[in-house]
Every structure is written in C-alpha cells, then in structure tokens.
Design a protein around this ligand. Structure first.
Ligand code: NOJ
Length: 447
C-alpha cells in the first residue's frame, strides 16, 4: 500500500519558544508565566524549571541543520512575547528583535519556511500583573505586539498564527485554573475569550492591510465529536460538545458569530459581555487558514440535566497513551472533512500531531528506538493522505515535535521528540522516527 502527496505538500514539525528555548533571562527577556509560576507554584510544574530544557536559544544552528537534513519544508514555532516586550507594552527590546531576525534568517538560508505563533502558552508576566487577558487593554497590547512582529519579521514568514489552543490557554486558564492566571471563574473565562477573539480579529485585519504576502490564521485543539446512538438528540448533543470546545473559537473566527447552538443556554447567556454579538460581528475579520492540533477524538451524549444538554464520555475501547490521549487516526480524517463541509473547504494545516512516551527520570531520555511513534505517525499520515484524496484543502502536516520538550505542567515527563535530547548535556540524537519521517518526506509518500 502506498499513499501519495501533492508536490507542494508542506511536511514539517511544530514547537514553541517556551518549550525548547530556555535562556529565560538572556538578552533582556522579561519573565513569562511559566518562568514565574514554576518558581512560585512549583507544585503545578512537578517542581521543574523551563530553563532546563533543550536550550534551542543557543543551539538553533545545530538544530536547524538537523531539520534540514531531515528534509523539513516548514517549521511551526512561536515568538516569545516577553523577549520582544519584556516589561510592558511601552518598550521594545532590540536584542529580542535581533535574536529572532537571526533565527528567521537561518531558517531562510536553509530553505525552511516558517509558521509563527504570536501566543503559545507564554504570556508575559506584565500582562498578568496589569489585569491579564480579561482586561480590555489586552486587545491593544496584543495588537501592538503583533504589529511589531509583522513589521520586523513579516517579509520572511509564510504563515502566522495569532494564538495556540485558546480553549486551554485562555478559556481553561480562567475557568478551570489549567494555567496562569489560575482562576476558576466562568465569567472571567468568557470575557478573556472575547477579548482574545477581538485581539485576533484586529491582528488579522492589520496583517491583511500590510500586504506582506503571507497568510494568517489561528491554531486550535480540534477533534471530532462522536456519539453513542443514531438518535438525532445525541447527534445534536455532540455538536454542542464541539461548540463548547473548539467551536467556541472556530465559529467566531470563521463566521463572526458565537456558536448558535449553545450561546443561548444560561451558562453562556448569563455571563456574556454586553453587546457581545454586535461587537464580534463588527470586528470580524476572516482568517486565511485553520490550524488543527489533532491528538484525540471526543465523545458526547444527550443529557437534558447538564448545563449545555450534553455529557462527555470516554471510549475505553480505544488505546490510550501515557499522556492520556486516546489514539484514533481516522479521527484526523473526520475532523478535516467536518471542517471542510462546515466552513467551505478552507485552507487547513495539521499544526500538531504526535506521540509522547513517558520519561521516568529527567536525566534519562526515552530510547531512540521508538517503534511505537513510527506506527503512530504512519497511521495518522495515512489519514492525512485520505483527506487530500477526498478533496480537502489540507496543505501541510506538522508533527509534534522535532525534539524533546518541556511540557509545562507535566514538566519533563513527556518525550514527544523525533530527536532525543539529553537535558543534562544538551546532546541531540535523532530517533528512528526522525529517519522514518525523513524517508516519508524524501519520497513524498507513506506506505
Ligand atoms: C498542545 C500544545 O500546543 C503544546 O504546547 C503541547 O506540548 C502539546 N499539545 C502536547 O501536549
């Protein structure tokens, strides 16, 4: 069996600044939420520090060489906001600009294109100190940061993403204390999400007005919502599950409206900011592509007693990895086809998909012989090919991730890397999956 890909298909990997850079105070960088809370709430980070990670900040030349040797066409990465604006929206840190200029140039010299995220987990601490995302000023802070990035780097960046997984990094940060600012308040979560959406629209509008030749979108954690029966009530419940998760972001980002099937439930209606619908539609600017982080499917059934009329459940028949993700490669296909139908076949990228193997000890990376990861990749990449075969406008696949990372709240326990990193010596060693991926890219096909 062989699955082929279009000539211009973008094979890549994805990663983020705060998970591989380290150098948390180098060259004038300000503190971000992971730097800060890993010190003051060590229990939320398994007692670890982001400073012990791969140190991509100093090793990027060597790492980009390995990426090039693998044949990678695109790298999805993020800019650390606190390197550009260390202590407030007033002062730009020139050294931060210089650093990312060097980095971007090195990618360019090596023929690797970039997708850059503006906000991937690492909010600067000054944003939190001045009121966080739920503060209305956030919209201006974010837009001026985006403007600087577009002006300084935009001539060499193919794709931009405003935000990564806002369902977790914004909504759940305020509603279930998933990350900073560790609030548990639904109204705050809804307000922060609304501000993030307006900030996203402003950045999209601004980017389009600058005519830099690239595209702008956002990256969401998305999976298909399945249900137990063929009863339309269950089907509708599953759609409410989708709307309450990635749909809360995707619907506004693609249509300018909050999901109509849930926004009138009291859980939302009683907590929405004033004039939310009018503001959302008047600020709306359609993004150019959807970034899909696909790890697992979701399940929901009708439940008239539940606040949004559905309850989630687990399908125990699917294999589960040590990270807690249930594997279902066909779910990648279903997700892409669902988005194709729902939003008129927009440009799409798989912006994350990958397998974590548990690292038991910080000093002992998981082996380079990673057959399990290879199988995972094969099965998911076959699904990618089927999406294209079915006519989906899917332009690229980015594996999570190029090298072992810092997982924030899970510390150093999750090795996702195609390249093994010894965090003590910083030695890099490609795993078998690195060579497997190299082969897929070289032949532009998977068996
Ligand atoms: C999604 C996030 O974007 C990324 O930061 C994280 O490391 C992976 N998922 C794995 O959990």
């Amino acid at each position: 069996m062989k699955f082929y890909f279009p000539e211009d298909f973008l094979w890549g990997t994805a990663c983020s600044a705060c998970q591989i850079e380290a150098a948390s105070s180098a060259d004038g960088k300000g503190e971000n939420v992971w730097d800060h809370y890993s010190k003051v709430r060590p229990e939320s980070f398994l007692g670890t520090s982001p400073d012990d990670c791969a140190d991509f900040y100093h090793h990027y030349k060597e790492d980009i060489r390995l990426m090039k040797e693998m044949g990678m066409k695109i790298f999805r990465f993020s800019i650390s906001w606190a390197r550009i604006f260390p202590n407030g929206p007033e002062n730009i840190n020139q050294k931060g600009i210089d650093y990312y200029n060097d980095l971007i140039n090195t990618f360019q010299e090596n023929g690797i294109r970039l997708m850059l995220d503006l906000f991937h987990c690492d909010l600067p601490m000054w944003v939190i100190d001045r009121g966080g995302i739920k503060c209305r000023d956030f919209i201006d802070w974010f837009t001026s940061y985006a403007k600087v990035c577009f002006e300084k780097f935009g001539d060499r960046v193919m794709l931009w993403s405003t935000v990564n997984e806002p369902s977790l990094n914004v909504f759940a940060a305020y509603n279930s204390a998933f990350t900073a600012p560790y609030e548990r308040d639904l109204k705050s979560a809804i307000l922060a999400s609304h501000n993030m959406l307006i900030a996203h629209f402003r950045a999209v509008k601004l980017y389009h007005s600058m005519n830099l030749g690239g595209k702008i979108g956002a990256v969401n954690y998305i999976g298909p919502y399945y249900t137990k029966t063929l009863d339309p009530k269950d089907e509708e419940a599953a759609m409410r599950g989708f709307a309450n998760h990635s749909g809360w972001w995707l619907e506004p980002m693609m249509t300018g409206h909050y999901p109509e099937n849930i926004v009138h439930y009291p859980r939302y209606a009683d907590n929405m900011p004033e004039n939310y619908a009018k503001e959302l539609s008047s600020e709306f600017a359609k993004m150019d592509f959807i970034g899909i982080n696909y790890y697992n499917p979701f399940f929901a059934v009708n439940n008239d007693e539940a606040p949004l009329g559905f309850s989630g459940y687990e399908d125990d028949t699917l294999p589960i990895d040590e990270y807690g993700f249930r594997h279902y490669p066909a779910g990648l296909f279903d997700t892409v086809i669902f988005l194709k139908e729902r939003y008129g076949n927009p440009e799409m990228y798989i912006t994350e998909n990958g397998l974590s193997v548990k690292r038991e000890k910080f000093e002992e990376p998981t082996p380079t012989n990673d057959t399990q990861r290879i199988k995972y990749m094969r099965d998911h990449i076959r699904s990618v090919s089927r999406c294209i075969e079915a006519g989906a406008n899917l332009k690229g696949y980015m594996n999570w991730t190029i090298m072992d990372t810092y997982e924030g709240h899970a510390g150093y326990t999750c090795d996702f890397g195609l390249i093994q990193v010894d965090f003590v010596t910083k030695k890099r060693t490609p795993r078998d999956s690195y060579y497997y991926y190299q082969d897929i890219i070289k032949h532009n096909s998977v068996n």
